[in-house]
Design a protein around this ligand. Structure first.
Ligand code: SF4
Length: 339
């Protein structure tokens, strides 16, 4: 699998009356062809800002992608692309779907026509052929009676069907990368599972690489190849999905995993929740950003940022607990975390 996207030292700030909010603080990561990468964290951790940066959708001002940041798509820096090149990239090479399809779909236009428009712009088909393709795309995303449904408006679709229609629009031009920003948050649990299954099937069929952005680690287990956990504008742990689920090493990742409802939980009435709030990114702390909420914090944690420690070729974590002099801490998950 070759690298299709390389994000290097990405820094994004927002200029507000209160000062500069450092939303993304120098993150680097890759995406491979045919791979699903999950970016997980609470709201405000920088995951959606990262996604918008890839699409060059950061509104400037107040937003600013800082000098020295690079986002390479097939080796070419998206941050240096001119308008025409960007227009071709968005929708044609990289597509994005959002949490609430109603804000992205045009309520006054039939669904089939909305899909067909995207096909006409990016694939140059005439209106009739593009509409026929749109009907096929609705079939591909498992919408029954697709020829009839193509002639309906968004309000005639259920929430799950609208999200399927958004996926159809996003995939109609055969993009190389699909960015899905909280694609199932507005849906109930059964429909969430169906949408996740659909994305997995489509990836198998079409080979699209996917960046799945979510606050919910629970939904990524069956679809993501790799996971990166973000906190306070930084990647604090990353690894293959099985490494993050079976051997998580960062206390924040432990907290996220403990927050996922489990069938084998001893006490099913009480769901774990992380106390406290993330730090103010107007003045990010000099040390570990999780220190104020971490029950394992040591003096060093408030004084200095932990470096990224490699645990395997694919798994790494930024936490002082990895230091050889640190006390040995047992993971609260009892699934083989830090001994
Ligand atoms: Fe907790 Fe310190 Fe690790 Fe941060 S570096 S997560 S404060 S133990």
């Amino acid at each position: 699998m070759g690298k299709i996207l390389e994000v290097k030292k990405l820094k994004v700030s927002y200029h507000t009356y209160a000062g500069e909010v450092q939303s993304v603080r120098g993150i680097s990561f890759d995406l491979n062809e045919n791979e699903t990468l999950a970016v997980v964290g609470e709201s405000g951790c920088g995951k959606s800002v990262t996604a918008k940066s890839i699409m060059r959708l950061i509104q400037t001002p107040p937003g600013e992608i800082k000098q020295g940041s690079e986002i390479l798509f097939n080796g070419k820096d998206i941050l240096k692309m001119q308008d025409e090149e960007l227009r071709k990239l968005r929708g044609g090479q990289i597509s994005m779907i959002f949490q609430d399809p109603m804000t992205s779909l045009n309520p006054t236009m039939k669904i089939g026509k909305q899909i067909a428009e995207s096909i006409m712009i990016h694939r140059g088909l005439n209106a009739k052929d593009a509409f026929a393709e749109a009907v096929k795309m609705l079939e591909t995303v498992n919408i029954p009676n697709s020829d009839k449904r193509a002639n309906q408006y968004p309000h005639q679709f259920s929430g799950g069907m609208r999200q399927r229609a958004m996926i159809a629009i996003a995939l109609a031009c055969d993009p190389k990368i699909l960015i899905a920003d909280e694609p199932t948050t507005a849906l109930d649990v059964t429909i969430q599972a169906q949408i996740m299954d659909l994305m997995k099937d489509l990836q198998d069929k079409l080979g699209t690489a996917i960046i799945l952005i979510t606050h919910d680690l629970g939904i990524v287990a069956s679809v993501a190849h790799r996971i990166q956990v973000m906190y306070s504008g930084l990647i604090i742990e990353r690894g293959k999905t099985e490494e993050i689920f079976k051997n998580p090493q960062h206390p924040y990742t432990w907290g996220l995993l403990l927050s996922v409802p489990r069938l084998d939980a001893v006490n099913k009435d009480v769901l774990y929740s992380l106390n406290g709030t993330p730090p103010d990114l107007l003045k990010p702390p000099v040390g570990c950003p999780f220190a104020a909420r971490c029950e394992y914090a040591m003096a060093i944690c408030n004084e200095s940022m932990p470096e990224e420690t490699k645990l395997s070729e694919t798994h790494s974590v930024s936490c002082w607990l990895q230091h050889p002099m640190a006390p040995k801490v047992k993971s609260p998950l009892n699934v083989g975390g830090a001994e």
